[in-house]
Every structure is written in structure tokens, then in C-alpha cells.
Design a protein around this ligand. Structure first.
Ligand code: ADP
Length: 180
């Protein structure tokens, strides 16, 4: 499922982000860049130790910010590591921090001259963000960015499992309607 935004494409697919052929995949990292479970663990396992070595040299990434490493053994050339907020009820600036995680990742991609970026559902796993809200913020932030940044030609959300894909597709339909 996809929507055209100017000359760019915003798409959602069900799949495993570690297999993506794209300029960069985004990792839902923790602020210590230490790896861990979920998509973070999967990316480091598939990408090999070079990515962790670069993460150690960078050291730290605050919530809502993003850093970049090479893609190691992945098909993707780069991994952008961003840190989404831990959901703690909604009064801790979670929405702005989640928006910022997507935005800073996209800005980094633009700065590096990358044309295609793939995202997982940041904060929507262990960090506990309510799923529909997480999907809406993800898609709206990407759509708004693409409107003003045609240098990014393709943003794909690679969702792990049908339930998450369905949630994103519901939210993407709403975006299509408001843009029609
Ligand atoms: P966070 O700590 O930011 O919540 P998680 O890794 O726990 O990050 O979960 C984020 C999302 O990534 C979840 O929807 C999870 O199902 C998904 N995920 C886990 N492994 C993969 C993978 N290989 N590819 C894409 N998404 C994945």
C-alpha cells in the first residue's frame, strides 16, 4: 500500500526490516546504543559486529535524536539509530519526542544525500506506545517531511506482523482521505 507525495512515495509493507534493500534502515535503538531486544537486536545480529563498534564510538543518543552508522553486512548502506520515547502515560512529551525521532532520522538521511529510508514502528514494541497513535505520528511526520523534501524519494514502513501492518494501513487510509 502506498501514497504519492509530490514526486516521492510513502509506502507500508509487512516484513523484516533487516532484509530491506534501501539506502538506510532506521533502528529503534536505546539511548546507550547498546543493542538489545526487538528490532535493535535483529539489526545487530543481521548486520554483524561492525555496527556495534561504530555505536560504541558514538557512545550515546538522546531520546528524539538520531545518529548514523554504516550498514555492516546488511543490504542497506546505512543504519540510522534513533531513540523513541518510552510511553509513560502521555504527559512526558512522548508525542513530540516520537515525532522528533522520525524527523531527525529523515533530516540525517537528507544531509547524507540518501534517497530511500525504511522505518520500523518506533516505540511500538518494548517502549509501549499506544499503537494507533504511534502509527499516526509515524505516517504524518513522514508525509509532512516528504512534502517539503523531494530529495527523499521513498519512505517505507516495514511492519513486523499483520496486526501492526493493519494498524498502519488504517492510519494511512486516513492520510489519503485528508489529502484527497
Ligand atoms: P521500541 O523499544 O522502540 O518499542 P521494539 O524493537 O521493541 O522497539 O519494537 C518496535 C517495533 O519493531 C515492534 O512493532 C516490533 O514488532 C518491530 N520489530 C521487531 N523486529 C523487527 C524486524 N526484524 N523488522 C521490522 N520490525 C521489527
Amino acid at each position: 500500500m502506498e501514497v504519492k507525495i509530490g514526486t516521492s512515495t510513502l509506502a507500508i509493507v509487512e516484513g523484516d526490516i533487516t532484509k530491506e534493500e534501501t539506502d538506510a534502515i532506521v533502528n529503534a535503538a536505546n539511548s546507550g546504543l547498546r543493542g538489545g531486544g526487538g528490532v535493535d537486536g535483529a539489526i545487530h545480529r543481521a548486520g554483524g559486529p561492525a555496527i556495534m563498534q561504530e555505536c560504541r564510538a558514538i557512545g550515546h543518543c538522546p531520546t528524539g535524536q538520531a545518529v548514523i552508522t554504516t550498514g555492516g553486512n546488511l543490504k542497506a548502506r546505512y543504519v540510522i539509530h534513533t531513540v523513541g520515547p518510552v510511553w509513560s502515560g502521555g504527559n512526558r512529551n512522548e508525542a513530540n519526542l516520537l515525532r522528533s525521532a522520525y524527523l531527525e532520522s529523515l533530516k540525517l538521511a537528507s544531509k547524507k544525500g540518501l534517497k530511500s529510508v525504511a522505518f520500523p514502528a518506533i516505540s511500538a514494541g518494548a517502549y509501549g506506545y499506544p499503537l494507533n497513535d504511534a502509527a499516526r505520528i509515524a505516517l504524518r511526520t513522514a508525509a509532512d517531511y516528504l512534502k517539503d523534501h523531494p530529495e527523499i524519494e521513498r519512505v517505507r514502513f516495514v511492519l513486523f506482523g499483520k496486526p501492526m501492518f493493519d494498524i498502519f494501513s488504517e492510519e494511512l487510509e486516513k492520510i489519503k482521505e485528508t489529502r484527497a
